[in-house]
Design a protein around this ligand. Structure first.
Ligand code: NDP
Length: 271
């Protein structure tokens, strides 16, 4: 039996990167997948490439009316929603560094840049959880909400303070949602995944196309014990677990996928 047999799953930001990998893994495991994104062309192409077990719906996670429309359409077409993956997220560095560095440190970040990151990463997750709970409650299915947080939600990142704050808030909101659903007697679990250094298009503005690209890549994973980037599929396999009934007793928990970065530092006694 496939691990997500006939489960209806909506994934945000699934036109590329980790979201796309999760969509592909879910279809492989027997799910019916609703690919959503703000990049309609790419999102449609991903859904089409997945065959008749996937559809594309436009969904800007910051927009409450878009959540209402998307969840209503899911109910109308499929009659239920079993899984929501709140994956869409931005760093604030999407426009690259060619036109100057965008300050995201605690001293210089602008309020509008701060709010833009929180609008997608935190408001988007809040709205997703809200409408997933309401939709799952209506159809009384066993539900699973998977929130993609980050290693940055567990440690401070001075150069990306809005991103780190938003991901820390996602971690905490996950636990509130898990406890709320349990308190309400709803069979809905909510867990967070904390990836780090996963090689997706999100890194492109930071890597650039210059001669120093390889050096930049090595530098970015210097502190990773495994000395490499993770792959989107390595996050997707964990999302499959949390979405499946095999994780029936996992609730409000957090799973790191970071090559060991958060395990500690290698400090040796000096002889
Ligand atoms: P990508 O940038 O590769 O993909 C993100 C997707 O989300 C894009 O298709 C993007 O569309 C879409 N998106 C952006 N804003 C919105 C929005 N408002 N509504 C809906 N979709 C939107 O990112 P990753 O795959 O790398 O990251 C996925 C998640 O994993 C994010 O939450 C990220 O923070 C998290 N993560 C990633 C890590 C990594 O190393 N890659 C590490 C830790 C966490 P468009 O391209 O048009 O903007």
């Amino acid at each position: 039996m496939q691990r997500l047999h006939q489960k209806v799953a909506l994934i945000t930001g699934a036109a590329r990167g980790i979201g796309e990998a999760i969509a592909r893994a879910f279809v492989d495991e027997g799910a019916i997948v609703i690919v959503t994104d703000i990049d309609h062309q790419l999102g449609t192409a991903v859904a089409n490439s997945l065959g008749d077990r996937a559809i594309y719906l436009p969904l800007d996670v910051r927009d409450e009316s878009a959540w209402q429309a998307a969840t209503a359409e899911v109910l109308q077409r499929f009659g239920m929603l079993h899984v929501l993956v709140n994956n869409a997220g931005i760093t604030g560095f999407e426009n690259g560094f060619e036109n100057g560095f965008v300050a995201h440190d605690p001293e210089h970040a602008s309020l509008s840049d701060w709010r833009a990151v929180l609008a997608t990463n935190l408001d988007g997750v809040f709205l997703g959880c809200k409408y997933a709970i309401q939709t799952m409650r209506k159809t009384a299915v066993r539900g699973s909400i998977v929130n993609i947080s980050s290693r940055s939600g567990l440690v401070g990142i001075p150069a990306a303070t809005a991103y780190a704050a938003s991901k820390a808030a996602v971690r905490n909101h996950t636990k509130s949602v898990a406890l709320y659903c349990a308190e309400q007697g709803l069979p809905i679990r909510c867990n967070s995944i904390h990836p780090a250094a996963i090689l997706t298009p999100m890194w492109e503005p930071m890597l650039g196309q210059g001669d120093d690209r390889d050096a930049r890549m090595r530098d970015l994973v210097r502190e990773c014990p495994m000395k490499r980037f993770g792959m989107p599929q390595e996050v997707a396999t964990v999302a499959v677990l949390l979405a499946s009934d095999e994780a029936a007793y996992m609730n409000g928990s957090e799973l790191n996928i970071d090559g060991g970065m958060l395990a500690g530092s290698v400090v040796r006694p000096v002889s």
